[in-house]
Write a new protein. Sequence first.
Length: 286
Amino acid sequence: MTEAVQAEHHEPVEDTSTGLNNRKLLMWAFLASDVMFFGAFIATYLVYRNKSLEGPYPNQVLDIPVTSVSTFVLLMSSLAMVLALDGIRRNKKAVGRFWILTTAALGSVFLGFQVYEFYEFAQMGLTPQKNLFGTTFFILTGLHGTHVTLGVMWLIFMALVVSPTPKERWGLVLAIAGFYAVMLSTLAGIFTGEESTLAIISTLVGYPAMLLLIFGILGMFGGAWILAQAGRGDESSHHALDLEIAGLYWHFVDIVWIVIFTVVYLISATDGTPPGSAPFVLPGAH
């Protein structure tokens, strides 16, 4: 292996007291503080676990299969992030950009699941003001969702950074707008009570969502075509450190969700009416 190839696979030693880039060290310090931040809210949830004086209770609202799917989606986004960084380090701009967008898309799908879950819980009568479970649940998962949202925005920015030409950026914007249009039309179909996205065509309120769906599909394919025609280009490895720092944040968010999923969903899934509390009947239940 030549020296040039060896240099490609080894990070340079920074001229700092720690030998690490100062920005990367700052991100590690931020993540350490975020551990304490999430640790406080997870501990609060555990302290007040199964102490709600009224329902709904966890065993009535938590849907483990659905949340397992969303968890799998988020974990796969970490794999996509690794592939994105590998592509950028190898000066494969098109490959790196594809996996950056895939990571952002998977994170957005996870957020879609969370929006759906919050909507369903509200329909069942569970809100942050309802009981201790609602308060601790919505604050903890909502804060995590906020972190994911910031991460998605960061990744979209990174995709723009590695797309220097106007043609590439227009294609990227069109593809991203199309993806989110499809997501919004899908959520519209769910919230209007239709069984599928395409079924919203049968309702008056569904026509805007139908048009949004059509625009989204055309936008995704059109943007992808523009990106394919824009040229693959090289010289993207100088963005590797920027993407690596974003990757540290993204992997941290995924790890935090594993803890939340275990504590809030798996462990609390069987928590019912605690002693001394009144039973709760879900709306529409017989």
